[in-house]
Design a protein around this ligand. Sequence first.
Ligand code: HEC
Length: 381
Amino acid sequence: MRKAICTQLNGKYAAIPAVVACIIAVALLSGIAGSSTPQLSEGERIYTSACVACHGADGKGTSQAIAGFKQPDSFPDFTRCDQTTAEENVAYQATITYGGPYRGFSQIMPSFSKALTQQQITEVVRYLRSFCTNAHWPRGELNVPRAIATEKAYPEDEEVVTAEVNARGTPGVTNHIIHEQRFGMKNQLEVDVPLMFQDQAHTWYGGVGDTVFGVKRVLYSSLPKGSIFALQGEVQVPTGNRTRGFGSGTTTFGMFGMYDQLFRTNTFLQFQGGANLPVHTDIAPQNVFFNSSIGQSFAEDHGLGRLWSPMVEFVASRDLTTGAKTDWDVLPQMQVTLSPRQHVRADLGVRIPMTDTAHRPVQLELYFLWDWADGKITEGW
Ligand code: HEC
């Protein structure tokens, strides 16, 4: 081809300028050809040979007629940033290594543990990430394990049911039913309904507490740095019965910031600090608080399996009234994933007051959470 062009050129314009023109022409042509067929990356090469038949060259999935199977509801469209960015790379690695059923997905998704090395799987996951072209979505790795008291910065699609049981002092149980829902790229709505049950003078009373409505927004997130920062505003509505001690009797505005830091070792830190400002300060005090958590995740099966996350929280709260002291609690706990898909998890801990121990009982605290964006609660087992 190059030779043909040069012979033609040489034939038309004999002598030196023609030779120079020929060299430039060839250089230009090969330059253009080079940019139109770039070198395939290792990940793209693997994807093209092993994954395209089912997942499509565009990452959206091949039609049923060609692929020969009906796509499950959870079939990924790798171009949908809203569906893929919440997934951690290890979740993808686990599915590719051990096949769909390992994470409670369809067995149509084959295991590549024999065909590909871990390095090749890492490369193909890197290539999968290139289908989502908007880098502003917060990445799921920054969704560190939820602590009991310290709210995390990552926006969630979650249902959480918590229980706090007094281990000493007045028998009582408080449950929270928490609904968290993402909207847009960086926002989340939250509704928290407390249910309280207390033994008051040997009679059990139960009722709804003060319901909280909140909006969270991520202001900064960076996967390479392992950091995420978000702000949340809340309104606590006095739905609880004040005379029973289930409610504050006043509307309260809350505002707090959350900063989480993840390290390469899967160690994580979480910080949350803010204030609660009641409208009627004569019946409920203004209050500032600071919660923090340090933890470490360990995953079975060389980092791809069930996740155990021991954490310790340090929780501080102080009423803004004259003479008030800061209340400190320590909260050791363990979170574990229950479903193979890791979308159903439980956490059990003990809240141990360090100050004012006479008035504040030791509490057993636990929660169950279900990340409903990852599938129905009955799926993924
Ligand atoms: C025989 C068809 C087939 C082939 C080949 C195939 N997949 Fe899949 N893959 C599927 C199906 C079907 C699902 C959806 C499973 C479900 O949602 O239950 C899936 C799901 C996935 C998921 C989503 C897991 C999650 O967490 O949502 C990833 C990642 C994935 N495949 C990567 C790959 C890669 C990379 C390759 C090539 C190395 C590949 N697949 C080859 C059929 C296939």
